[in-house]
Design a protein around this ligand. Structure first.
Ligand SMILES: CC(C)(COP(=O)(O)OP(=O)(O)OC[C@H]1O[C@@H](n2cnc3c(N)ncnc32)[C@H](O)[C@@H]1OP(=O)(O)O)[C@@H](O)C(=O)NCCC(=O)NCCS
Length: 172
């Protein structure tokens, strides 16, 4: 991938369903991405979930496709909006072949800017299992701080792990 690649966030389309399903159904990073009990994901169930999310009242959640030079490589989202306290949670995942190339850092920075500038949020937060050191590094590079730790809160592939709570505040 060239250094002049264009990393953008865009709306998902019907053409992106396969990529989004591949990410969502990836059992090897299940616990990294979701608190839900690991389970094989059915494509029709997943499509129905996407449709349900799309039908939600606008402002409840926001999902972008991460696009690199016209190719969908991941997804990044904001959810659990608190309209009163002006914050939301962020989530991100890339296809395996897109990882480790700086794409996640660029995409998380872009969703934070979208949260602050377009949604007028004051704070974005997220959770990450302690063994996901690459993700923690990405969030720190994007300006997130570690705010707390939920001890042994996650069951990850045969052992308990701490959940690291991270957040970023709008500077002004
Ligand atoms: C987490 C994720 C979004 C990060 O995106 P990415 O594009 O792979 O990350 P980047 O390439 O931008 O940056 C990775 C950073 O972590 C560092 N890193 C990666 N693995 C590491 C490890 N085992 N130990 C220490 N640092 C590590 C890299 O060196 C890099 O930092 P640097 O630029 O200072 O060298 C992506 O890997 C992913 O989708 N993973 C699977 C799903 C997931 O875990 N989602 C997050 C849930 S909280």
């Amino acid at each position: 991938m060239s250094s002049s690649r264009a990393i953008t966030l865009r709306s998902p389309s019907e053409d992106d369903v396969d990529v989004l399903f591949q990410i969502a159904s990836d059992m090897t990073t299940w616990e990294e991405r979701t608190e839900a009990t690991p389970a094989p994901l059915n494509r029709d169930t997943f499509k129905a979930r996407l449709a349900r999310d799309d039908a939600q009242e606008s402002g409840k959640s926001v999902r972008f496709v991460i696009d690199v030079d016209g190719v969908a490589v991941g997804s990044v989202s904001l959810f659990d909006f608190d309209e009163l306290a002006r914050h939301a949670e962020a989530g991100i995942a890339l296809l395996p072949e897109a990882r480790g190339k700086g794409i996640g850092t660029a995409a998380i920075s872009q969703i934070v800017e979208f949260a602050f500038v377009r949604c007028n949020l004051r704070r974005v937060h997220l959770q990450v299992i302690e063994s996901n050191v690459g993700a923690i590094r990405v969030y720190e590079k994007a300006g997130f701080m570690i705010e707390g730790r939920q001890r042994q809160h996650a069951w990850v592939r045969g052992k308990y792990e701490d959940i690291i709570v991270m957040g970023i505040l709008r500077s002004a």
